[in-house]
Write a protein that binds this ligand. Structure first.
Ligand SMILES: [Zn+2]
Ligand SMILES: [Zn+2]
Length: 293
C-alpha cells in the first residue's frame, strides 16, 4: 500500500523555535510558495484555498507585528506547537486556537501540529472538513470532568493523520448515568459519522520494512468498563440518533503500539451501541497495515 500523506511523519523535537510575528509572516509566505507544486491528495493542499485571501492574511499579520510581543512556537520541523494543558485545542479551517497559543492562527499550518501536555480540564477537537497531520508526544487527556468536553479528542468529519511519539493516553470517563440514556456520553478518541478519515502511525511508519517495537510511540485509548457508554476509539453514543453523526468509518493503522479497550456497551474500536438501528451508521473500512507496504 502506498502512503498518501506525510513524507516526514513525526520528525524531531530536539529544538523548539520561537518566531516573532515578523518571522512568522516570512515563514508562512515561503511555506506557501514551497507547497505550490504538491500533489492533489496531500493535506497541505488545503492551504491553497487560502491563497485567495492572501491580502487579508497579510494585513492581519501586519496588525500582529504592531502588537509586538506575541510569539508562536514551532517544533523543529515547522509544526505549530500546542500544549493541551494550557487550554482547549481547536483545529479549524482557519488554523489552531488554544493550547497556549498567544494568538489564534489565521490559516492551517500546512506542516501540521505538534501536541504535548497532560490534562483532565481541556480537550482536543479537529473540526469538520479539516485535513491535517498531528503529532502527539506524551499527551494524556482524560475526559469526564466537564460536561462541555465529552471526548478527550474528537476528529469527526475531518481527515487526520496522527503520529504518536512516546506514551500517549486518551481516557474517557464520560458516561451516561444508566443504560438507555444517550446524552452526556463520549469517547476517548471520538470519530462520529461515516465520512472523514483517521490514520494512526509511529514516526517510522513510512520506512519500508519497519516493524514497530518498544522504541515506537504508544497510543492508549480507553473507555471505562464500570460506567455506561464511555467509549474508546469510535463513534459516540450521544450522536447515534443523528444520521450524519452515526457510525464509525475509515480508520487506518499504519503503526504505533496501540492499546485500545472499550467500556461498558462500547467497543474498543467501532460504532457506539445500537448505532445502526437508530441513526443508520455502522462500522466500516478499518485497515490495520503491517510490515511492508
Ligand atoms: Zn513503529
Ligand atoms: Zn448500550
Amino acid at each position: 500500500m502506498k502512503r498518501k500523506w506525510l513524507e516526514n511523519p513525526g520528525g524531531g523535537i530536539s529544538r523548539i523555535e520561537e518566531l516573532t510575528p515578523e518571522e512568522q509572516v516570512r515563514s508562512e509566505a515561503s511555506t506557501a510558495v514551497k507547497e505550490t507544486g504538491t500533489k492533489a491528495e496531500k493535506p497541505q493542499d488545503i492551504q491553497k484555498t487560502d491563497k485567495a485571501s492572501g491580502e487579508k492574511k497579510k494585513s492581519a499579520s501586519d496588525k500582529k507585528r504592531k502588537a509586538g510581543n506575541s510569539k508562536k512556537q514551532l517544533a523543529e520541523n515547522g509544526e505549530t506547537l500546542l500544549d493541551v494543558s494550557k487550554g482547549d485545542i481547536r483545529i479549524t479551517l482557519n488554523g489552531a486556537t488554544g493550547g497556549g497559543l498567544t494568538e489564534n492562527e489565521s490559516s492551517l499550518n500546512p506542516k501540521g501540529y505538534w501536541i504535548i501536555g497532560k490534562t483532565s480540564d481541556y480537550n482536543i477537537e479537529v473540526k469538520k472538513d479539516v485535513t491535517t497531520s498531528i503529532t502527539m508526544e506524551n499527551v494524556k487527556v482524560t475526559s469526564g470532568k466537564s460536561s462541555a468536553r465529552l471526548d478527550s479528542v474528537n476528529v469527526s468529519h475531518a481527515n487526520v493523520v496522527l503520529t504518536v511519539l512516546g506514551k500517549n493516553e486518551l481516557i474517557c470517563k464520560t458516561a451516561s448515568p444508566q443504560e438507555g440514556s444517550i446524552p452526556g456520553t463520549g469517547c476517548a478518541l471520538a470519530k462520529d459519522g461515516m465520512d472523514g478519515s483517521l490514520a494512526i502511525q509511529c514516526s517510522k511508519s513510512n520506512k519500508i520494512g519497519h516493524k514497530c517495537d518498544d522504541q515506537c510511540g504508544t497510543l492508549i485509548v480507553k473507555g471505562n468498563s464500570e460506567i455506561m457508554h464511555a467509549g474508546a476509539l469510535g463513534s459516540t453514543r450521544r450522536n447515534i440518533l443523528d444520521t450524519y453523526d452515526s457510525g464509525f468509518a475509515n480508520l487506518t493503522i499504519y503503526g504505533g503500539n496501540l492499546e485500545v479497550a472499550g467500556g461498558a456497551h462500547c467497543p474498543g474500536i467501532g460504532s457506539a451501541c445500537v448505532s445502526e438501528k437508530n441513526g443508520g451508521g455502522y462500522t466500516k473500512n478499518i485497515v490495520i497495515a503491517g510490515g511492508e507496504y
